[in-house]
Design a protein around this ligand. Structure first.
Ligand SMILES: [Zn+2]
Length: 392
């Protein structure tokens, strides 16, 4: 369905609505303290629109401001050894290539500060981290030459802060007005001369390669390399590198303030080709993937196997909300201790520790992200467990 809605990235006047989901939790990563609260959490509608001109994908129904990230927002992946190894590799690469030694680093949307602490430790740098979701005392303030955490959104007021490098990971997809946000970062980059590093989920993984559980209300935007490049170029950035990472699940962009060539093709390592066909087929593909998951869950329910979902992040929460009427699951496991004892928004599943499984003795574990499969198997073996592991 074509709608008369101005593309927030390129300004084209027609977007194609291709996917809709109602009654999804508005803040899936804000974990709740009681089952009742979890079941009664605020719900919203996702209706995704695609711009054929620039490949931007947006939930055009998301009109509210940013959700409240200040309370119980918990999406840190740093408790996972394989994620930590990935993040450390990224940090070491940036420190080496940008010679970040004894420098000042600004992290916009630093979360609990884990990545910023890595950058500071690796190069004896000083850091400033901005994030309304920062939990006091959770970040390592002593890393490198010290980190100052500011429990606020990064804004115009901070663009005069002298710095040598700006990073912003897994934030842009949450931002309702990305042009304003990127323009603010451009002002900071222009004043300081600092290069910027951005990481976002890769729309090609979600819409082309079957990463269907990544669609959440918290993300008003999904970026492909094309739309990301377009956004940065339109905000006065010169993109110097664009690549896929974490098995193609993320996109990493590096840029400096300035006009000129929008991207050095030699430094672009992303899949090319239009997303048009994939977008047209996506609703059908989503339906098929959900049907497959439904059959798996139904089979498990009939067999009476004790089953748990591993991973109470965006993917696990999407899966449970989609399959809540059939999933034979009482508990969700997560390695992040800050999630233990909390409840999944929308479904009320309790989140437990891997240790809990020793007592519960599950016969089947459902996972959504193959990147964590080996790590999960190892953790199960460490608990003396060898349940069947199913990927959905
Ligand atoms: Zn567009």
């Amino acid at each position: 369905m074509r709608v008369d809605f101005e593309c927030p990235i390129c300004g084209a006047r027609a977007m194609d609505v291709f996917f809709r989901r109602d009654n999804v939790p508005v803040q899936p990563n804000t974990l709740l303290s009681t089952r009742k609260q979890a079941l009664q959490c605020p719900k919203g509608t996702i209706e995704l629109a695609f711009c054929p001109a620039c490949e931007s994908i947006t939930n055009w129904k998301a009109k509210d401001g940013p959700p409240d990230y200040s309370l119980n927002y918990e999406n840190s992946l740093h408790f996972s050894p394989s994620y930590r190894e990935y993040a450390r590799g990224q940090a070491a690469d940036l420190v080496e290539r940008y010679r970040l030694q004894g420098k000042v680093i600004v992290d916009v949307g630093c979360g609990r500060g884990d990545f910023l602490a890595m950058l500071c430790d690796l190069g004896q740098n000083r850091g400033f981290g901005f994030d309304p979701a920062y939990a006091n005392g959770r970040g390592n303030a002593a890393a490198g030459r010290g980190i100052t955490y500011v429990k606020e959104f990064y804004s115009e007021a901070q663009t005069s802060l002298p710095c040598d490098f700006i990073c912003c990971r897994q934030v842009l997809e949450h931002v309702l007005r990305p042009k304003e946000f990127v323009a603010t970062l451009q002002a900071a980059a222009l004043r300081s001369g600092a290069p910027v590093f951005f990481e976002v989920p890769n729309a090609r993984y979600t819409f082309q390669r079957g990463g269907i559980w990544d669609i959440i209300y918290e993300h008003p935007f999904y970026y492909s390399s094309q739309s990301l490049r377009r956004l940065f170029a339109s905000c006065g950035f010169r993109v110097s590198a664009l690549r896929e990472s974490f098995g193609g699940q993320y996109l990493c962009l590096e840029a400096v303030a300035g006009n000129g060539d929008t991207v050095n093709q030699a430094n672009e390592e992303t899949a090319v080709g239009s997303l048009n066909d994939d977008i047209e087929k996506f609703a059908e593909r989503h339906k098929n993937e959900v049907s497959k998951a439904f059959e798996i869950c139904d089979g498990l329910r009939r067999s009476g196997k004790r089953t748990v979902v591993w991973g109470a992040g965006s993917k696990g929460i999407s899966f449970l909300n989609e399959l809540k009427t059939v999933a034979p699951v009482k508990y969700t496991v997560d390695v992040n201790p800050h999630k233990w004892g909390k409840f999944v928004p929308g479904t009320g599943h309790e989140i437990v520790s891997p240790e809990f499984l020793k007592e519960y003795q599950p016969e089947c574990i459902i996972i959504m992200n193959a990147n964590y499969r080996d790590e999960i198997r190892q953790q199960l073996e460490a608990c003396g467990l060898r349940p069947e592991v199913r990927i959905v």
